[in-house]
Design a protein around this ligand. Structure first.
Ligand SMILES: Nc1ncnc2c1ncn2[C@@H]1O[C@H](COP(=O)(O)OP(=O)(O)OP(=O)(O)O)[C@@H](O)[C@H]1O
Length: 362
């Protein structure tokens, strides 16, 4: 039995159903990230696991126990909220030890636990400070430390970095990644930020419209998105989508559109030949295009550069391709001029096709 299993989880608010049957198995000590746009149902799912929301249908299992009817305190979980919810009048040590003191655990045990967790999170110098005397990032770590002190088997995080500025967010993301290497617990983390999902998760669960769209490792989802939504949601800048028609040419299958004709690699061509339709949506990630002036016929496309955004080592080019726009990521030192038409090679494994009606990957 997996440590956490969601079985056909449904949530209704009155007549409105917002979660339509969520099935999810977590592996032991897995870091699972629920990610999706605002309103997709990720926080509701997390709050149902925590016991903060009633379940309309379905069941939540923790090991062999069905927990849907248990109080939050009986579920062996600790939660870190978006707003930290620290007690302003207590110092860091007292905030962190709050639940242990509530359980009347021996003082020596409490002191040891707080010391160990503070050490791990770099909070040792701040144990006597009140939350108001800490930076946003330090407060965030205290909220994390308070959860870790509880020694629960499962940790739930609801957008814990969303109140931080971009720089601190990046730092805390790295600290979280470091922390999870040493903390062997089940962790479920909710975010709308695909970069957090990609960098932290063992397993990403992409949600949209109250459904799970796809789940898997970050690499699986990035390389083999199940549908156009997942393809467009993960990755920055996002995947380009172009209308294309499948055409046979000298034994090859090509995806042809306004201003391009790209040869499909064998495995994709084999799947595409079985289709009953010819009209497809072609997906190309900006990082799967490379400036290669002599890219051969069928392996590249010509793009007219209209905007160049310098972002350090990389530049993002926005280009015209027929009447569509295509974004490309290139090394900044590549000599390009605005208005030029340049040739880009496409990595064959970077070609994605989607059914234009169902948006399912081909
Ligand atoms: N108390 C409520 N009554 C009615 N509808 C609600 C209630 N709480 C949430 N919803 C609806 O349920 C859906 C899912 O909300 P949820 O908060 O889980 O989304 P989310 O993916 O976490 O979004 P966000 O990132 O904005 O928090 C939304 O459409 C929301 O409007």
């Amino acid at each position: 039995m997996p440590p956490i299993r969601l079985e056909g989880l449904v949530k209704r608010y009155g007549a409105v159903e917002v979660l339509h049957g969520i099935d999810l198995d977590m592996a032991e000590h897995e870091f699972t990230v629920l990610v999706g746009p605002s309103g997709c149902g990720k926080s509701t799912t997390l709050r149902m696991i925590a016991g903060l929301e009633d379940i309309s249908a379905g069941e939540i299992w923790m090991g062999e126990r069905a927990v849907s009817n248990l109080d939050p305190k009986d579920r062996d979980i600790a939660m870190v909220f978006q707003d930290y919810a620290l007690y302003p009048h207590m110092n860091v040590a007292k905030n962190m030890s709050f639940s242990l003191r509530l359980q009347k655990r021996p003082k020596a045990e409490i002191d040891r636990k707080v010391r160990d967790v503070a050490e791990m999170l770099g909070l040792s110098p701040f144990l006597d400070r009140k939350p108001g005397e800490l930076s946003g990032g330090q407060r965030q770590r205290v909220a994390m430390g308070r959860a870790l002190c509880r020694d629960a088997s499962t940790f739930l995080f609801d957008e814990p970095l969303s109140n931080l500025d971009a720089k601190l967010r990046g730092q805390m993301r790295a600290e979280l990644a470091l922390m999870r290497q040493s903390v062997k617990k089940n962790m479920i983390y909710v975010t709308h930020d695909q970069i957090e999902a990609m960098t932290l998760a063992d397993r990403i669960v992409v949600m949209h419209g109250g459904h799970i769209q796809q789940q898997g490792t970050p690499t699986e989802l990035f390389r083999n998105p199940a549908n156009k939504f997942v393809a467009g949601f993960l990755g920055a800048p996002p995947m380009n989508f172009l209308d294309a028609i499948l055409v046979s040419q000298g034994g090859d299958l090509m995806a042809q559109g306004k201003g391009f004709a790209l040869r499909l690699p064998p495995a994709l061509a084999a799947r595409a030949t079985k289709l009953a339709y010819k009209q497809v949506t072609l997906g190309l990630r900006p990082s799967d295009l490379e400036y290669v002036p002599d890219a051969p016929e069928g392996a590249g496309l010509n793009l007219k550069v209209i905007v160049s955004e310098y972002v350090g080592a990389q530049s993002v080019l926005i280009c015209d391709c027929g009447d569509a726009r295509v974004t490309v990521e290139i090394k900044s030192e590549t000599p390009i001029a605005l208005g030029e038409t340049l040739r880009f090679a496409v990595r064959p494994e970077g070609l994605h096709l989607f059914d234009p009606k169902t948006e399912v990957a081909i």
